[in-house]
Design a protein around this ligand. Structure first.
Ligand code: ZN
Length: 192
């Protein structure tokens, strides 16, 4: 269901082979960028992913190696005359870094493309119907960092009688099913 493109897997210093952090998650017609380290836009091109339908940016935290690619990417999107609103999800501390960075480059309250800020709190981030994204706090130095979980929703409910007939342990089935419907994201609307 999800296609992952690892755009960058280095830490604070890149190497010749590994870019600053960035991950593209594609689910159906949705494309979500997780973190945007320096050079991410070039990595998108190298991966053949391009810039179309890129309207969500999830930020784990505000350390520079995760966010310095944003100004360059936004400048490119402006040159491409993108009119899509880019929604940036991050913790309050992370968003503060982004707001100040954009203000330093383009002036207070300005950016080269339309943007919206969405402050993260633990739980649901995106519910796109066929999949959902949740977030949870993680410890990373002195930041208010978040991790993200991408969950595809079960298309069919398992029937216990058929599962029993196959000799499958139903306790394992229940755990698997709960995970599919997004237990981590606070939704438990599935049933086995
Ligand atoms: Zn960091």
């Amino acid at each position: 269901m999800f296609a992952l493109t690892f755009l960058g897997t280095s830490a604070s210093v890149p190497s010749a082979e590994r870019n600053h952090p960035g991950l593209l998650v594609e689910a159906g017609s949705h494309r979500i960028l997780v973190d945007c380290g320096e050079g991410t836009q070039r990595q998108l091109l190298r991966a053949g992913a391009g810039f179309r339908r890129l309207d969500r940016l999830l930020l784990t935290h505000g350390h520079f190696d995760h966010v310095l690619g944003i100004p360059g990417l936004f400048s490119t999107l402006r040159l491409r005359r993108s009119s899509e609103v880019m929604t940036i999800h991050g913790s309050p501390g992370t968003l503060d870094v982004i707001v100040r960075m954009l203000a330093g480059l383009w002036g207070e309250g300005k950016a080269p493309i339309p943007i919206e800020f969405a402050s993260l709190t633990e739980g649901s981030v995106i519910d796109a119907g066929e999949f959902a994204v949740g977030c949870f706090p993680v410890r990373h130095r002195k930041t208010d960092s978040f991790g993200f979980c991408f969950e595809s929703k079960a298309r069919r409910h398992l029937r216990p009688d058929r599962v029993d007939a196959l000799g499958v342990r139903t306790d394992l089935c229940a755990a698997s099913c709960a995970r599919q419907v997004g237990e981590l994201c606070g939704r438990q609307n599935g049933r086995c």
